[in-house]
Structure formats: C-alpha cells, structure tokens
Design a protein around this ligand. Structure first.
Ligand code: AKG
Ligand code: FE2
Length: 329
C-alpha cells in the first residue's frame, strides 16, 4: 500500500541476512501465546457515594504493585468515541507515506510522524509500525482537521482525567503530596498503526520496551498482539472493547522507590491485518524532579530531562533504552 512506510526497501539488508539465518533456524522468533486475565477495575466503584470506593482504591494499588498493568471499565470514554477515533485513525494513516512525511502535515511539527527504528542494527530492534506523537498543546493546532482533532481532543481530555485520578490514588499510598502531578506534568498522545507484516515471525510490531511515563492509558483495537512480560513469560493482553489498559511507567516506578512496577511490553506483528492503538502518556515536565522518599533509596534523584537525554543516548548507541538501571542510587 502506498500508505506504508518503506520497511521492505529500508530494511532489505537486515531482512535478507535474516532469511539466510532462518534456514539455520537461528533467528526465528518463537512467539508464546499464552494469555492472562489482567486485573479489571470498575471505575464506577470510585464514585464518592459507592460503599466499595475504598476497596476499589486498594485494588488499584495492588494491581500497580503486582502487575504494573490493569484494565479499566466505566472509564468515561464512550464506545462511540472509541469507534469514531479508530475510523479517523484509519483515514489519516491511509494517506500516502509521502504526504505523512511532509513538513506541516496536519499542521504538526515534522518530528510528530515516526516509523520503524532508524538506528536498528538487527531485526529485533525494528518496529514494524508508524506513529504520530502529538503533545497536548499541539492537538489544538490541527484546526483544519476538525473531525480528527475533536476525537483526539475528547480522548485525551478524558484520559487525562483518568490519569490524574489514578495518579492521586497511587500517590496517596506513597505520601506524595496531593497536586504533585498537576504541578509536574506534561502529556502527549501517540497514535499507532501496525501495518500487516510479511515477516511477522521475525519482526515485532513494537519492540519490547517500558514506557518512560508516570503512567500510560492505552486503547487497542480488537486485533490483539499486545503482550506483557509476566514472571519471565510473554503473555497476551486480550482485547476488551469496553476497557482501556493502564500501565505504570518508569517514572512512577522510580517515584515509588520500586513499589509500583513499570513492566516491559511489546506488540507482536500480524501478517494479514493492520492494527491500531492510541496511547495517552501522562508524563513529567522536563524540569520535574523525580525523587522518592523510600528507605533505603533505590534510585537517585534526577530530572525527567536527564532521564530522556540518557535514554535517547542509549537508544542511539545500543538500540536499547536501558532505562532506570542507569539511575540506581
Ligand atoms: O499498541 C499497543 O498495544 C502498545 C503501544 C505501546 O506500548 C506504546 O505506544 O508505548
Ligand atoms: Fe508502551
């Protein structure tokens, strides 16, 4: 399709090399497909009049400690909005690759559109996907694309509210002062498309990673492919059309002195169908100071700017972001 990024051409050498290796059965990726039931949190129980409110808050904290991943229903993002957002995503991603790479496409900064992994030195580092990264303030710049803009805006606004509520509940248990996130946050949305991939047994849709956020709110379509690392095994996160997925990011792991878990996850590529997802990253602002008050202290104090600079450097030099282990105290 002329909307697809030029994966085949750009990664021709990597792909050719690996075809040779497949015959020796060295590099074929064995994808385990066991699935797990993530904790399911019903946000309706957080209503101030609900007798189960305290219990629900406990479940959120336990899910963040033990899983780092959970699903939320009654999250306030309507089914209708999720469906129309998916429709808008299809329309925009199905524009030609050439159009998507143009300066000012959607009136967004040029670096908003990204695909693959320019520094991949082997297939394991290559993500067979494309994405738009849109900062919260940039959403309003898309004024000529009313329909797409209004759907992204509605999703991001409700996801922000959800993230703030979850942030406050999780922070309370750590004695982080109320309002910490409001003072220190800067967020963005990522629209993801995973084109069908003829090398799905060798290439990831998105390579294994943890998110650098406080927390992330994700909506995936019904195709499936998201997996998380649970007790050393990759397990499928089965799509649930009613739910959004919440995962703890690296920065909340650091703030919580390792109590809440930022779990590695990845997307397995599909060979026949395309897949879409939308993520809202609840992130610190660049100057936010990340410091836990836990004893003994697991991570040293750092700013989010330092964290981003270090991970960008590591990705460039090694293909892997390394992450929090660089910030041990
Ligand atoms: O598409 C998905 O299911 C996961 C996306 C993701 O992990 C990310 O955008 O960081
Ligand atoms: Fe992620």
């Amino acid at each position: 399709m002329d909307c697809d990024p030029p994966f085949l051409v750009t990664y021709n050498t990597l792909l050719q090399n690996s075809l040779g290796e497949t015959r020796n059965e060295k590099t074929s990726m064995v994808v385990e497909r066991s699935s797990c039931e993530l904790p399911l949190i019903d946000f309706a129980r957080l209503n101030p009049h609900c007798p189960e409110r305290e219990e629900c808050m406990k479940e959120i904290v336990e899910a963040a400690r033990q899983w780092g991943f959970f699903q939320v229903v009654n999250h306030g993002i309507s089914q209708e909005l999720l469906e129309s957002l998916q429709f808008e995503l299809m329309k925009v991603f199905h524009r030609s690759f050439h159009a998507k790479t143009q300066e000012n496409f959607l009136n967004l900064p040029a670096k908003s559109y990204r695909w693959g992994n320019p520094s991949a030195i082997n297939l394991r580092q290559l993500s067979w996907s494309e994405a738009f990264h849109i900062s919260f303030p940039d959403i309003s710049k898309m004024e000529k694309h009313k329909s797409l803009r209004s759907k992204i805006e509605a999703f991001a606004t409700t996801a922000a509210h959800l993230a703030e509520t979850l942030g406050e509940i999780l922070a309370q248990k750590l004695n982080i002062k109320s309002g910490y996130f409001l003072e220190n946050c800067s967020s963005f949305v990522r629209l993801n498309r995973y084109p069908s991939c003829p090398f799905s047994s060798k290439v990831f849709g998105m390579i294994p990673h943890s998110d650098s956020s406080f927390l992330t709110i994700l909506y995936q379509d019904q195709v499936g492919g998201l997996q998380l690392l649970k007790d050393g095994k990759w397990v499928d996160v089965k799509p649930n059309p009613q739910a959004v997925i919440v995962n703890i990011g690296d920065i909340f792991q650091a703030l919580s002195n390792g109590v809440y878990k930022s779990i590695k996850h990845r997307v397995v590529a599909a060979d026949k169908v395309e897949r879409f997802s939308v993520a809202y990253f609840y992130c610190p602002s660049d100057d936010a100071v990340i410091q836990s008050n836990g004893i003994p202290l697991v991570y040293r104090k750092f700013t989010f700017r330092e964290y981003k600079q270090q991970t960008e450097k590591d990705v460039k030099e090694t293909g892997d972001k390394v992450g929090l282990s660089r910030f041990l105290s």
